[in-house]
Ligand binder design. Structure first.
Ligand code: HEC
Length: 124
């Protein structure tokens, strides 16, 4: 009896671990972005920046290219489309200085707008 219960417990832990792993996004199914209504004030300001400066070239809520690669789940993946690690240190210079066909926005965004934008990108 005790053994059966232990067995059940182990199965539960394994199932939980598998769910946690797939939720963390191993590349395939990322799950939905944070809902617009759940955004913090900063994330909501970042969304407005995104809509003004980024949305014309990047999808936020679906995969696939527009003029640039989709940013859906950009920080939930390990790497950016270029292969650089997906973190603020790598995304910031792309936003400020651009990259290949992407223009830079260093002259358009102040520090607060950049911080807000990055906060929003983390919700995708
Ligand atoms: C005029 C179209 C255009 C606009 C507007 C634009 N991008 Fe891009 N973006 C691109 C293209 C094209 C690429 C692919 C560049 C490359 O790696 O060749 C790209 C790449 C990226 C990447 C991936 C970089 C990498 O290392 O793979 C990120 C992140 C990104 N853009 C974020 C943004 C953000 C945030 C904004 C808004 C501030 C924005 N982009 C606005 C066209 C655009």
């Amino acid at each position: 009896m005790r053994e059966a219960r232990l067995q059940l417990k182990i199965t539960g832990v394994v199932v939980a671990a598998v769910f946690a792993l797939s939720a963390a996004g191993c590349g395939r199914s990322l799950g939905p972005s944070k809902a617009v209504g759940e955004l913090t004030p900063q994330e909501a300001r970042g969304r407005a920046v995104y809509q003004q400066y980024c949305a014309s070239c990047h999808y936020a809520n679906q995969s696939g290219d527009l003029h640039g690669p989709s940013l859906f789940g950009v920080y939930r993946k390990k790497y950016l489309p270029s292969g650089a690690p997906a973190n603020d240190e790598r995304v910031t210079p792309v936003v400020l200085r651009g990259r290949n066909m992407m223009p830079g926005y260093g002259n358009d965004l102040d520090d607060q707008q950049l911080a807000d934008l990055l906060a929003y990108l983390h919700t995708l």
